[in-house]
Design a protein around this ligand. Structure first.
Ligand code: CA
Length: 331
């Protein structure tokens, strides 16, 4: 901590309130986690020392050691993600991707590292670039996570499919900057194609960039299936009734399309209490039946009958399905 400039210790300190864990939307006041015995003011260097002490105690508890100022992490406790694919294009090689229509290239002005993949639309017809993912287990679920950016008003689709079939899609529309997209699919073959496609250029230049793609196995488990969605869902207020009490946090998975011109920030009410908003990104004008765009909202189902209300104001969402799930990465 000796390297920190003096100003850090002079002007910055924690206010003694602890860590904010959630906002109560009506009055914007926070719920705070208090720790008895913390002084009213902590210097930044003291906070960093606390983090370091915390890390060291966790390291030792888990079988690591500290020797001559070095930290040793026990090899045996490290897990390995059940990952089937990772690509950040930084080795400068795009040859594993097949290009159909359009033009694919690696560009240096991108999301991460020296290279990002870029697909430019052709004058006529769809363009796509895709690669084959091997090592999938039929019937298991996998999550695709990647970073994507489109030119203005471009409706791009990420997809996973069996060769020659349609598969599922997730939408990336009019982002103008890199956004993180993720979606879950169930493997229907041991080898499937992953890629991205864009419509024909038309009057405007259209392109999409793709980087940092990872695909790994997850398990989405439905925990309550007695779910009723009131009619007229997606317009103004959507009332969801979930019959079943669950200990601990679960996720309300809302598969949706947002054909509007902006992200819809829906406010969330659970059993009469207002919480922060959940974001539903815009998915373009086409509402595609194969789309698996979904937002996951953490909720507590503390009653036998729980009422969840999503309020979208004057915006409309197309709500395709509502599920209550837990999601675990498989290590
Ligand atoms: Ca990269």
């Amino acid at each position: 901590m000796d390297d920190l400039p003096a100003e850090v210790n002079t002007f910055l300190w924690q206010d003694g309130k602890g860590v904010i864990i959630n906002y109560h939307q009506t009055d914007r006041s926070g719920y705070w986690m208090y720790l008895n015995g913390l002084p009213q003011r902590l210097q930044m260097s003291e906070i960093i020392d606390l983090y370091q002490q915390n890390f060291e105690s966790i390291l030792l508890e888990n079988g690591g050691k500290i020797e001559n100022g070095n930290y040793y992490i026990p090899r045996t406790t490290l897990g390995k993600a059940d990952s089937v694919y990772f690509e950040n294009f930084n080795d400068g090689d795009l040859s594993s991707y097949t290009v159909s229509g359009g033009k694919a290239e690696l560009v240096t002005e991108g999301y991460e590292g020296p290279y990002t993949a870029k697909l430019s639309a052709s004058e006529s017809g769809k363009s796509s670039m895709y690669t084959t993912i091997n090592g999938l287990t039929v019937g298991e679920q996998y999550r695709v996570v990647c970073y994507v950016s489109t030119t203005g008003a471009t409706e791009a689709e990420l997809f996973v499919r069996e060769a020659g079939k349609d598969g599922v899609t997730a939408t990336v529309y009019d982002t103008s900057r890199h956004v993180r997209r993720y979606f879950t699919f169930t493997a229907t073959a041991t080898s499937m194609e992953f890629g991205i496609q864009i419509p024909e250029a038309g009057n405007a230049f259209k392109s999409v960039t793709l980087d940092h793609v990872s695909i790994y196995r997850v398990k989405e488990t439905p925990v309550v299936t007695d779910i009723k969605v009131a009619s007229g869902s997606g317009v103004g207020k959507t009332q969801i009734t979930v019959n079943g009490k669950v200990d601990g946090e679960v996720l309300l998975k809302v598969t949706f399309a947002n054909p509007g011109s902006a992200t819809v920030n829906a406010s969330v009410t659970v059993n009469g209490e207002d919480f922060k908003t959940a974001a539903f990104y815009k998915t373009g004008t086409t509402v595609d039946a194969s789309a698996v765009d979904a937002t996951y909202i953490p909720v507590l189902l503390s009653k036998e009958q729980n009422t969840i209300v999503l309020s979208t104001g004057s915006n409309t969402l197309h709500i395709q399905s509502i599920e209550i799930v837990t999601v675990s990465d498989l290590w």
